[in-house]
Ligand binder design. Structure first.
Ligand SMILES: [Zn+2]
Length: 269
């Protein structure tokens, strides 16, 4: 039979061991500033296959965050969400604040919480910038999701928008071929909304970097195809949660997801 002193000592040792383990584990728990999740409407594969019916309203969507990107029912232009305002970069080149009753077929949004920043960025072009962003997120981990808000000046920037589609909807690769409008703007000051999804989320969304632009004067914007000579700074939101809402219409229910869409997705980035 164990005497009481030994039993007590064993309990104390046991408690110390438990607290040492939990102290160690806490290093691996989420300790960043984010209290939110990436909220996604539909999935890239469905969008690529021509699922452009609205899933939720802009009003509902905004309740899930204040920064993001996507598009509107029928691929009616490019969406940029900045500081809680949902903007449309329309195919005619105009920028419009979108009413709450407009609907969304595909988009992502999060509540921006700054977990880090990058000061004094200079980048020659798109690949130079995304290469630097890749290096930056290596510090935090390439398997997380990120939204980076990047503000600064561009000597020029090329953005695209897309014309609203009529039913029956064609696949997005065919839309991009014929109904894509490309705009070149010089001497722009504005914000890039840069969304990063890790490799393992390919086809659920675009893996890697997806950039939309909005100028400070709210006169130009869209899906970024390229730019030259950027200088500015950025704030990083590291994200560890993911919520996805699926379409419920017949188009989605009957859709076939066996095709490997990797090449099609990279062709429209
Ligand atoms: Zn885009």
């Amino acid at each position: 039979m164990m005497n009481k002193k030994i039993l007590f000592a064993l309990i104390v040792v046991g408690l110390l061991a438990v607290s040492a383990v939990s102290a160690q584990n806490s290093l691996f728990l989420n300790n960043n500033n984010n209290d939110d999740s990436m909220y996604q409407v539909s999935l890239m594969q469905a969008f690529m296959h021509g699922e452009y019916n609205g899933v939720i309203t802009v009003g509902d969507f905004k309740s899930h965050g204040d920064i993001g990107l996507g598009t509107f029912e029928g691929v009616n232009g490019e969406m940029i969400v900045l500081d809680g305002v949902v903007y449309q970069a329309a195919a005619d080149g105009s920028i419009n604040v979108v009413p709450d009753n407009e609907t969304i077929p595909f988009a992502t949004i999060t509540k921006f919480d700054e977990d880090g920043n990058i000061t004094n960025i200079t980048a020659k072009n798109f690949d130079d910038l995304t290469g630097q962003l890749d290096k930056e997120i290596e510090k935090y981990g390439v398997n997380n999701m990120y939204v980076i808000k990047i503000k600064g000046d561009f000597s020029n920037i090329t953005v695209r928008s897309v014309e609203k589609q009529e039913k029956p909807y064609k696949e997005f690769t065919d839309v991009a071929k014929v109904d894509q409008k490309v705009f070149n703007h010089t001497d722009q000051t504005g914000t890039l909304v840069a969304v990063y999804f890790p490799e393992y989320m390919n086809e659920l969304n675009m893996h890697g970097w997806h950039l939309h632009f909005l100028s400070d004067d709210k006169a130009t914007g869209g899906h970024v195809l390229g730019f030259n000579n950027f200088s500015g700074s950025g704030q990083i939101d590291e994200i560890h949660e993911f919520n996805m809402i699926l379409p419920t219409d017949d188009t989605f229910v009957k859709m076939n997801f066996t095709e490997d869409m990797t090449n099609k997705i990279s062709s429209v980035e």
